[in-house]
Design a protein around this ligand. Sequence first.
Ligand code: IMP
Ligand code: MG
Length: 177
Amino acid sequence: MTEPTIEVLFDEESIDARVRAIAAEIATSGLHDPLLVPVLTGSFVFAADLIRALHRVGAPIEVDFIRLRSYGTGTESQGSVKVLCDMDQGVAGRDVLLVDDILDTGLTLSFARDLLYERGARKVSLAVLLDKSARRTHDIQADYVGFDCPNRFVIGYGIDKGFAYRELPYVGAFCER
Ligand code: IMP
Ligand code: MG
């Protein structure tokens, strides 16, 4: 079988510039006792770069993880969200920055935001690498967006298709044909 051809949508340099710009914005946003929560798994590369960019602009932040599942190994949303692995930290009274790879229909991050507010978070902000705003079915917007993303299935920079392609240092999409 021939390897699929991948079109680069967002290259390493552009991603790096956006991550640094987002970190600078977050650093001046006056978050109180902030906790950064990557929504695993797709966000792990973005989150790893973002926390180091935050360090470089003098904004240290604690990190805890939550693992949610709203997609299987294919490309269709299953319409429900499950907590596969919960956080260790409590969030009562804290400002939480949820970090995800893609804001698509909004199902996952609506669920995560509501969960953290139920647990007493003071404020929940959202940082996403990619915003597929054309696909939104839930009333939710990100506070920090890396790039507006076309309505295509994307891979790379932590984002997978069936567990593959996460290692690509850029975000790409499969070429049609
Ligand atoms: P939402 O709950 O519909 O907003 O979906 C968000 C999640 O769906 C993302 O965090 C991804 O894990 C997954 N997802 C959405 N679009 C894509 C894509 O183009 N490629 C890979 N995963 C995607
Ligand atoms: Mg995800």
